[in-house]
Design a protein around this ligand. Structure first.
Ligand code: SF4
Length: 388
């Protein structure tokens, strides 16, 4: 369960027991993913599967036990369903249209959701028309009608595509050349480059931007003979040296600042940076990374960020280091949140985390902005976003 890469959109099917969620998933995916029977509560634990949706790519599907499980294990299962909801890119709320319509649970869900009336083959034409008139935005399906399943797929595709955004969205580039600065140091994984770097290179290919990939030691020579650079993007840890070499000639930022632009709330993150110095003694800080990876002696979250914090606010603070899906339900004990760039997290999930922080007025920022601030180049590394 914890191994699902969250970058892949996650559809969470939810609804009362026996509303036909599992059969609907099986019809959607054309596979027997979920155990199906007409005994309420057959899906007693959530079932997670990967499925390829044309024009979107791989998606995760979570079939939940439902929110109305009153069996002995019910509370545990309902809690699991609530956890799954937190990870959803999109909630699919399934109703058995042949039963009494109760939308009280659906109405309580604040995440992006789609209402699906299932089993419409059990309704008369008049009953179906009445429902359609009453719920004009809902979908009306029967797993016995392949056409309605195709329409369902189209709707899901549209909604998931609308959630996609680009790392370079809202940035005006003067030239179509992007210089990627990728340090190959002891922290670099052997034989590959990390996901945010890959994502940006792929985005450049998709959007007809030219990528120049080099190490920081090669940058000076390259800049000496090139004047047509739209943007330099560096690993945050090389900010200082790259900024010095660039000397304000070209726009400069980092991968994690681009991620904040793509799926964070860059303005909130920048405002929060300015609140860092106002943290009082004994501040309690949450350091959050969206994936688990082997920690090295120079690990960013466990070693480098605390070192920077010592530099900025002194050492009179405590921090919790959390990974993967362990974003705390209750943030009230924290005074400040520092998140990784979240390359493996979907925009929807990042949105939810930021919303949680904002509701409690807790400043939140990310690694890249902390590095930029500590290197004295926060203004330089974020100025291109202000022109928008
Ligand atoms: S820690 Fe965060 S930014 Fe780094 S690789 Fe994992 S998800 Fe991406």
């Amino acid at each position: 369960m914890d191994k699902i890469p969250s970058l892949i959109p996650t559809l969470v099917f939810i609804g009362k027991m026996n509303s036909g969620k599992s059969s609907l998933i099986n019809a959607l995916t054309n596979q027997d993913i979920s155990i199906v029977s007409n005994i309420p509560g057959t899906t007693t634990d959530e079932v997670v599967k990967r499925f390829e949706l044309l024009d979107v790519g791989p998606i995760n599907i979570i079939d939940t036990a439902g929110l109305n499980d009153e069996s002995d294990l019910g509370i545990l299962r309902v809690n699991k369903t609530k956890k799954a909801i937190k990870r959803a890119s999109l909630l699919v709320y399934v109703i058995d249209s042949s039963n009494e319509i109760d939308l009280s649970e659906y109405d309580k869900l604040s995440d992006e959701k789609i209402l699906v009336f299932n089993k419409i083959d059990l309704l008369s034409n008049e009953e179906l028309d009445r429902l359609k008139n009453k719920y004009p935005l809902a979908l009306f399906l029967s797993i016995k009608d392949n056409q309605s399943i195709i329409s369902f797929k189209k709707k899901l595709t549209k909604l998931l595509q609308e959630q996609d955004s680009l790392l370079l969205s809202n940035i005006n580039l003067k030239f179509n050349k992007i210089v990627h600065v990728i340090p190959i140091d002891s922290e670099a994984p052997k034989g590959r480059i990390i996901l945010p770097q890959m994502q940006l290179i792929r985005e450049c290919l998709d959007t007809d931007l030219i990528s120049i990939v080099l190490k920081e030691s090669e940058l000076e020579d390259y800049l000496a003979t090139n004047n047509d650079i739209g943007l330099i993007v560096t690993d945050s840890q090389a900010f200082k040296i790259v900024s010095k070499i660039n000397n304000h000639r070209f726009c400069l930022t980092s991968y994690s600042i681009l991620q904040a632009n793509q799926k964070g709330d860059l303005n909130y993150f920048i405002k929060s940076i300015n609140k860092l110095k106002t943290l009082t003694n004994n501040a309690h800080i949450l350091l959050m990374e969206s994936c688990s990876h082997n920690a090295s002696h120079e690990d960013i979250g466990r070693v480098k960020i605390p070192r920077i914090l010592n530099n900025i606010i002194g050492d009179n603070y405590t921090f919790d280091f959390k990974m993967s899906h362990d974003f705390p339900d209750n943030l009230a004990t924290y005074d400040y949140i520092i998140h990784c760039g979240s390359c493996m997290l979907s925009a929807k999930i990042m949105d939810k985390r930021i919303k949680q922080a904002k509701e409690l007025n807790i400043p939140m920022t990310n690694y890249g902005l902390i590095f930029a601030y500590n290197s004295g180049i926060l203004e330089e590394a974020t100025q291109m976003f202000k022109k928008v």
